[in-house]
Design a protein around this ligand. Structure first.
Ligand SMILES: [Cu+2]
Length: 161
């Protein structure tokens, strides 16, 4: 009887020790698991950072593009007796400038000498579009070359920054 109780005690003890060892091993494994999970999270966050930086690169490429003269800046300028609707046009050096000149009254054109840019002289009710590259910085006067219109104040300033 005493011997049987001793054996049962040993079995239970082994079982308890075995369970304790097993659960210890599990908890020993658990930090690794969580580490792995963390590493995986880190990986994904790194991937996110990578895609973020890739998007930033995309942004910078578009910025580069805008610096590279491919940008077209369009302005609608209405001519009347004896005035332009736009007294100032501001662009960046290297921009392609598109002027949509709409003549609503009289007989006019739109000219800026420094860029050899000029519309035809057109009658009211017509419009003409020209394009030129603003390849030099500075302030340039644009004007109507018909008659004395320039002297009468049919002018404006093209500012190339
Ligand atoms: Cu004019």
């Amino acid at each position: 009887m005493g011997k049987n109780a001793y054996i049962i005690f040993i079995v239970v003890l082994v079982a308890i020790l075995g369970f304790w060892y097993y659960s210890n091993q599990q908890s020993a494994n658990n930090p690794e698991n969580t580490n792995q999970e963390k590493m995986m999270e880190d990986d994904t966050s790194m991937m996110n950072e990578e895609s973020d930086s890739m998007m930033e690169e995309d942004d910078s490429t578009t910025e580069d593009d805008s610096m590279m003269a491919s940008e077209v800046q369009e302005f609608r300028v209405v001519g009347t007796n004896f005035d332009f609707s736009e007294k100032e046009i501001r662009v960046k050096k290297g921009d392609t400038v598109r002027i949509v000149f709409v003549n609503e009254e009289g007989f006019h054109d739109w000219v800026v000498d420094e860029f050899d840019a000029a519309t035809k002289q057109i009658q009211e009710g017509n419009q003409e579009t020209i394009e030129f590259v603003a390849d030099q910085a500075g302030e340039f006067e644009y004007y109507c070359s018909v008659g004395q219109h320039r002297e009468m104040g049919m002018v404006g300033t093209l500012i190339v920054e």
